[in-house]
Structure formats: C-alpha cells, structure tokens
Design a binder for this molecule. Sequence first.
Ligand SMILES: [Zn+2]
Length: 317
Amino acid sequence: MTGRRGLTIVLLTLTFALSAHLAAAARAPQAFDAPRAYRDLEKQCAFGPRVPGTAAHRKTADWLVSQLKPLAATVTRQHFTVTVREKRLALTNIIATFNPKGKGHALFCAHWDSRPTADQDPDPALRFRPIAGANDGASGVAVLLEIARALKAHPPAQKVTLVLFDGEDYGPGIDAMFLGSRYFAENYRGAPPDWAVLLDMVGDKDLRIPQEANSRSRAPKVVSAVWHAAAQVGAAAFVPEVGDPIMDDHLQLLNRGIQCIDVIDFTYPYWHTLADTADKCSPASLGQVGRTLLQALAEGGPGSPALKPVCCPPGAR
Ligand SMILES: [Zn+2]
C-alpha cells in the first residue's frame, strides 16, 4: 500500500482504533472483589453438601436469596419437582434480574447444587458419599454473587439475568442431570437473551479454560466476545484453544435457542471426589473469571463494536 490513498487509509484506521480504545476505556468495568468471592465459595461449602432434599440444600437456597435480594431488581425462586428413580425431588432455580429495562440482555448462570455421590473417588468405599462441590458448583455461584454486587454498585447498560440452577449434578447418570437448566429452558417465556454464559468449575487454583467445543460450534460469537474480554483484562486462564465437548447446562439452553457457552476447566483431578474442597480453589482464579465477565458486559457482549474489524471505512476502497 503506497501513496496518499494508502496514507488516508492508515490515518482512518488509526482514528477508528483510537476511538474504539477510548470507548472501551470509558466502559471499563468496576473492580471484582476476588477474596470476597472466595469467602462465598467457602460459605457454600460450610453448609455441607448441597444435595436436594437435605437441610444444607434448603439453608443454602435461603442464604443465596438473602444475598441477592438487596442487590437485584427482582429475585424469584422457580420451584419444580422431578421424579428420579421413583423419588420425588423438590428443586429450586434462583433467578435474579438487574436493569430489567436495559437495552440488550445477558444471562449468566451456574449450578448451586452439589453431587450426592463421589463416584470418581479413588476409594470405592467412599463413592456413595456426597461431595462438597467447592469447584463443581460453589465456584460459579461465588463468581455470580460477586458480579451481583458489582452490578448493584454500577448498574449495567444491558438487562442482566443471573440464574442459579438446581439439580445439575444429581445423577449419577445424565438422565438425572441438568434438571434445573432443562426446566428453566423449557419454561422460558419472552424473547431469549442475546447471549448467555454458564460458569462451571471455574475455581481451580490451576485454572485453564479452553473454548468448549459445543460452545464454539453453536455460539461462536459469544465465545469470541468472552475471550476478547479475557484478553483485555489479562485473564490468561482463558486460552484460545478448542477444548473437548462437555455435556453441561448450556446444552439445555442452546437446544431452546439461547446462545449460551460453557466456561469450564474440566481438567480437575478432584472432579466428583471427596477432595473437591475449597483448598483446591483460589481467589485469583475466581477473579479472572469475574473480571472477564464484567469486561464482556461492559463491552456489550457479542454486539460489541470492539469485535468488529478495524478496517475498511466506507469509500476507502
Ligand atoms: Zn459435577
């Protein structure tokens, strides 16, 4: 590229790049308190395994609602029952909304229950015990609670819905999993959110999050937006590599037309064992995920102008 025409294009490109940079700076998200998020992870574990039908499960639901009530515009409990192996389970999704009249709509979700059986535990004698679910359950919820506080302090431009799913990990087979997300998706009314992000197993001290394969193929724009945001905030745990396909709550939403990705680190040696405890998780990991989601929201999600190529203004060529 040479000559005056080339110079004009370069100048226009620089102007666009600078204005995009300034716009992004103006929307810089608020701080995410990672140590407080970690305390919320510990708090959930302290209730005991959050297995449907137990006192710990009921107490955790009450606590989650009590945390969200002062922060959100609306908080609702979505009660439903599911019969699993002739046992009737009473389950509850918890749904909080922020800025309901906002332009655009983001949905962030995680599961709040924990698995009744440590079926991957190295000791076969322990496999019938329930797990603490520090990473598998509590980590995603902890990030969302802290995001709720950030949204209260600095209301988002978009409508934001947070959903805490129950019964994700009941199992042991997949016929008795994803119960809350399935119910939520099947009963969702109104226009679907523009984009959605599921957080699952995001607290591992050694956090490494590739782009889950189903998310990449079925909601690629959401993947681009979230990984772009991660790069902006220096969240190195988000690696731009294709990960394995994972069966998780996001598939229930995708099957109902909601563009949902799964942010998950599935290489966790304590998965579905009694060793999935808070000491395996870290505030720094929760912080990377929380800052990334707030950044993605500040940038406008998949509709962000920052994601469009800085090139080719009209008439330039
Ligand atoms: Zn699990």
